[in-house]
Design a protein around this ligand. Structure first.
Ligand code: PLP
Length: 484
């Protein structure tokens, strides 16, 4: 309902829609429905793990699952909308487009759609997922550094907003628009080159980043102003200053530089041609505790102080948050197949490793995960903490979810949960050792409080079967090479 009723012609919320949920989420850290402490989320998670064991989703024959907290996802979506509503002039068009990259699962995109959130896509696959979820073209944004002519043609035919990455892409769009008119709002991505954060791989605004038009390079600003002067349909600027590891102040600086460029363009042209700023995503997630920090409200307030003109109603806004909407609402739970000891170090060999936590396993210093210990019945494990390794199932020594972690001693048949894994983890399967993609289940209170342990589950993705693994691994071409 909500998501479909609050549209204006340009596909954006117009500020007069009913906000999803009833939480008072602005500036309410630690109080009320905002639940920024995460305490309520921990209770929901513990109940879900126990219910998953009781209901047989988890067990000896199903030793790993991904769980998604539907209540938490809805709360984050409502918090995002409320945070920007609180700082934007009434009537300002705002589209929050979820970065599909973060959790590319159709039921998640549908859930977010129902919570008033659109989709930011960066590949034909992501666009297909957004369309399968029913996200409308008016609420979809296409960004990607390597769009083919066919991708651009499709996006323009559908009326999806497109952010061109570079001058060559803009030239392609010129040609396509000449041959067929399009409703698509068109923007250009800029790299404000404000610098990187603590994680190189997610720093998009370094001097030499591959994304967008590098704004501080010789002649770049002049080129953009000219490109706009020649193209009355070029109405947006886009910047995504970084993801995890970027300080908020740097993100705000990137937005401020983009805003200043829009003002310069409009002043130069003597008209308000740039009418929308897409400020990207990138709000960092706290992987160190259950608290939601920073909050959307904090970021929106910071932006409104750093770039007040952005919120006075002269510009429409697009945001592209990914990790911050989903990360804290996902949990990987894996059975301890064996508990052993090596060199005096206890090692819990579980079914969660590099296939579901690729970044953590390969770059543990940048992507540490919290681990929670549960007993064989799915109850939080008690007992003195013991320094131990939590290992994955893959056949290389570095396949460790956590190394030297102090936890109640994990024993055979217990469960280890990797927390805050709702984005860029179990939905980003890595096919090492042909390990199967685990099933993913959403959970919510069932209301019955009875046989289901008070928790209801819904299948988001079925576990991958062995037949599917064979088929995806060339099973239909078994003799292709021997007959060549
Ligand atoms: C990855 C990405 C996002 C989302 O980043 P998060 O850190 O997940 O919020 C948004 N916009 C663009 C262009 C991206 O590449």
């Amino acid at each position: 309902m909500g998501a479909d009723n609050d549209l204006t012609g340009d596909g954006m919320d117009n500020g007069d829609q009913d906000i999803e949920g009833t939480e008072d989420t602005d500036g309410m850290e630690g109080t009320g429905g905002g639940d920024h402490s995460g305490a309520a989320r921990v209770v929901r998670r513990d109940e879900a793990v126990r219910a998953a064991v009781e209901q047989g989703l988890l067990g000896p024959d199903s030793p790993i699952v991904g769980l998604l907290d539907v209540t938490g996802i809805r709360e984050s979506a409502a918090q995002l909308r409320a945070a920007f509503d609180a700082v934007t002039a009434p009537g300002t068009p705002v589209l929050h487009a979820f970065a599909v990259k973060a959790t590319p699962l159709v039921p998640v995109l549908r859930l977010l759609r129902e919570a008033g959130i659109g989709a930011e896509v960066a590949s034909p696959g992501e666009l297909a997922l957004a369309r399968a979820a029913g996200v409308r073209p008016e609420r979809t944004v296409l960004d990607s550094p390597a769009k083919t002519p066919a991708e651009l043609r499709e996006a323009l035919a559908l009326g999806i907003a497109v952010n061109a990455d570079n001058p060559q892409e803009l030239a392609r769009i010129d040609g396509l628009i000449r041959s067929a008119a399009s409703r698509s709002p068109i923007g250009i991505r800029v790299n404000p080159q404000v610098g990187g954060g603590s994680i190189g791989a997610t720093s998009t605004a370094t001097a030499t980043s591959k994304f967008g038009v590098a704004l501080r390079d010789e002649g770049a600003r002049e080129w953009i102003v000219r490109a706009c002067a020649e193209r009355p349909w070029l109405t947006r600027l886009h910047a995504h200053t970084g993801s995890q590891g970027i300080p908020l102040s740097l993100m705000a600086q990137g937005v401020a530089e983009t805003y200043a460029l829009a003002e310069e363009i409009n002043r130069h042209l003597g008209r308000r041609q740039i009418d929308t700023l897409d400020i990207g995503g990138g709000l960092p997630v706290n992987f160190g505790s259950d608290a939601t920090s920073p909050t959307y409200a904090q970021y929106a307030r910071l932006l409104s102080e750093a770039v007040p003109g952005l919120f006075d109603g002269r510009y429409g806004l697009v945001t592209e948050f990914g990790r911050s909407l989903l990360a804290k609402h996902g949990t990987v739970v894996a059975r301890v197949e064996y508990a052993k000891s090596a060199g005096g170090r206890p090692v819990a060999v579980t079914h969660a490793g590099v296939q579901v936590a690729t970044r953590t396993v390969y770059v543990p210093g940048s992507w540490p995960l919290r681990i929670a210990a549960y007993d064989a019945k799915g109850r939080p494990k008690e007992g003195p903490e013991v320094v131990q390794d939590i290992a994955g199932p893959a056949c290389f020594a570095g396949d460790l979810l956590a190394e030297g972690r102090a936890l109640p001693l994990l024993e055979q048949g217990d469960y280890a949960a990797a927390l805050d894994t709702g984005a860029y983890y179990f939905a980003h399967h890595y096919a090492y050792n042909s390990l199967a993609r685990p099933g993913i289940y959403g959970f919510a209170p069932s209301g019955d409080g009875g046989t289901g342990g008070g928790v209801a589950f819904a299948t988001v993705r079925t576990p991958q079967t062995l037949d599917e693994i064979v088929a995806e691994s060339g099973g239909a071409h078994a003799s292709a090479l021997t007959t060549l």
